[in-house]
Design a protein around this ligand. Structure first.
Ligand code: AHR
Length: 311
């Protein structure tokens, strides 16, 4: 039978289009929403067929999604792992099926031959950058710090806590007086900050360290409602660099943030394309930058630059 050359090209493209399963954690934060948007965009631009699965914060849903991707015979799997442990068996199943897995933004406690590469930031370093900023900002003053941690058992919660402690170690005027998880959400940040303020009433809280901007934004509301001035009475440093934290910085309600790029998919697809092409093995860790932004960095310009990126 006769085929037009256009039809032949369509068939050829359909035959070679790669299919990638993406097991996403959920939509706990503005940062996470932007990562999802950018992953979809990157896939579309590259002609990759993306199968998206939202785990609603549950590891068991992620494991089920990976098993289903393996059963479908996808060409690769992107995994943003909600917690660090418990991945060995499912990663072995993907490996047996010869499906490369790329980790996005969070790390796993598993042998690194079980995945092709991991794209992400140095999460300990992020905490150190935040802590160093605070050390310099407070100088010799006594500073009682409260900490809003990320999801318990997740690598960013573990590593950002470690990094911050590394930075304040040896500065005896800085002390973490309360620390609790706010699950990386705004509502979690607000509720836990309310309880911190209540528990510490009468004692001065000098600073809040939040493992992400969304929790800081929730906490800002709680601080305002308690009749205090966020950004002045309580210094606020967090991580992500979402548009709303720059707005809060411009309004004087937040002080500093450490940027985490939501474009993890770009480097991940670059690595996969090279691997599919001729078996090129990427580095085991593809590291993204961790830039500090403060109120001196024209926060409104930073807000404008990010506001349409899918956060
Ligand atoms: O794993 C990255 C973290 O997860 C982001 O900092 C946080 O906002 C997200 O929920």
């Amino acid at each position: 039978t006769l085929m037009t050359s256009a039809a032949i090209m369509v068939c050829a493209a359909a035959a070679t289009a790669q299919t990638v399963g993406f097991s996403q954690i959920g939509s706990e934060s503005g940062w996470r929403a932007a990562e999802t948007t950018l992953t979809r965009q990157q896939a579309e631009e590259r002609g990759i067929d993306l199968k998206f699965s939202d785990a609603q914060q549950r590891q068991e849903n992620q494991i089920a999604a990976i098993r289903s991707f393996v059963a479908q015979g996808v060409d690769a799997i992107l995994l943003a792992p909600v917690v660090a442990t418990g991945w060995d068996s499912v990663l072995e199943e993907a490996q047996e099926a010869e499906i490369p897995v790329v980790l996005l933004d969070r790390q796993v406690d598993a042998p690194d031959d079980l995945y092709l590469t991991a794209v992400g930031s140095d999460l300990v370093h992020e905490g150190e950058v935040a802590g160093q900023w605070l050390v310099e900002k407070v100088g010799d003053r006594e500073c009682r710090i409260v900490e809003l941690q990320g999801t318990t058992g997740s690598s960013p919660a573990i590593d950002r806590a470690t990094g911050f402690r590394n930075a304040i170690e040896g500065h005896d005027n800085l002390e973490i007086v309360r620390s609790q998880t706010g699950d990386f959400t705004r509502t979690g940040g607000k509720e836990v900050m309310e309880s911190f303020l209540q528990a510490e009433s009468g004692n001065e809280i000098c600073a809040l360290y939040a493992h992400n901007d969304d929790m800081a934004l929730g906490a800002i509301q709680a601080i305002n409602e308690a009749g205090l001035n966020p950004g002045e009475d309580i210094l606020i440093v967090s991580i992500d660099a979402v548009p709303d934290i720059f707005k809060a910085m411009a309004e004087g309600d937040a002080n500093a943030t450490v940027e985490l790029t939501p474009n993890m998919a770009g480097p991940a697809f670059d690595a996969l394309e090279a691997y599919w092409e001729d078996g090129t093995m990427p580095e085991k860790f593809i590291q993204t930058e961790s830039t500090l932004y403060t109120q001196d960095d024209d926060p409104m310009a930073e807000y404008e630059a990010r506001k349409d990126l899918g956060y």
